[in-house]
Write a protein that binds this ligand. Structure first.
Ligand SMILES: [Zn+2]
Ligand SMILES: [Zn+2]
Length: 245
């Protein structure tokens, strides 16, 4: 795994990580780049899908596809520059952008969340895929969030025990079947936990993990995710739609 401390640098007196302007905020971006990020302003509180206006009730997608996730907190649409940087992190082994991303995400969570979870749990990868990539980007993100938010993180509570085909290639029914018995839980979780992932696409993996956590005693499961794609049930997949692990 990449050394976490490499990405723990403060960005004071460093140029903006996106445009190289010399006036970066402590989170690593200049004010203009920070403002220009694809902020997801109105989203379903349960599944994180973009909505035309703020609504406290679960959306139609939640009615059609009930989930064990209680709340999804997501700052961004999966749009530029995140739809370039996140694939770079995962497929070109360039995890440095997780430094400013986790800092900006922690600031977002602190600004909107009054009841923080007791434990952060990264969505696990199968050990063969993690060995091939060299790291699990969700673990790196969870560690960075843990440091910023002062909330413990446990990357060993859940594991992926079976290799599975990519979720995006499957129907909703096939996705549910694909994930059955693909994960294991190794100890009792606290009452209120949060799963951490980079991008939410179908939500099937998070739902499966939330069910496991609740079977072992968790009462509330949040999903903290960097960016949200439109639901695959709601439209065509785009060329930048992320791949599952
Ligand atoms: Zn900038
Ligand atoms: Zn919803």
């Amino acid at each position: 795994m990449f050394k976490i401390k490499v990405y723990n640098r403060l960005f004071i007196n460093q140029p903006c990580r996106l445009c190289a302007s010399p006036l970066a905020l402590p989170n690593g971006l200049c004010e203009a780049c920070h403002a220009d990020l694809p902020w997801l302003l109105n989203a379903c509180k349960r599944c994180g899908l973009p909505l035309p206006f703020t609504n406290d009730s679960p959306c139609r997608h939640c009615d059609d596809y009930p989930s064990a996730i209680d709340r999804t907190l997501v700052p961004f649409h999966y749009q530029f520059p995140l739809n370039r940087l996140i694939p770079d992190i995962k497929y070109h082994k360039k995890p440095a952008a997780l430094g400013w991303m986790s800092h900006v995400m922690a600031q977002y969570l602190e600004s909107i969340c009054t009841d923080m979870p007791e434990l952060l749990i990264p969505v696990p990868m199968h050990r063969l895929n993690e060995a091939r990539r060299g790291f699990n980007q969700s673990s790196l993100l969870a560690y960075q969030l843990s440091r910023h938010l002062q909330i413990p993180c446990d990357h060993r509570l859940l594991s992926k025990t079976r290799l599975t085909p990519r979720q995006m290639t499957l129907s909703a029914e096939q996705r549910r079947h694909n994930l059955k018995q693909a994960f294991a839980i190794h100890r009792e979780p606290p009452e209120h936990v949060a799963l951490i992932d980079d991008v939410m696409t179908t939500g099937s993996t998070a739902d499966e993990l939330a069910q496991l956590l609740k079977e072992r005693g968790a009462a509330k499961v949040d999903l903290l995710v960097m960016a949200r794609t439109p639901s695959p049930e709601d439209g065509e997949l785009t060329e930048n739609q992320p791949k599952a692990n």
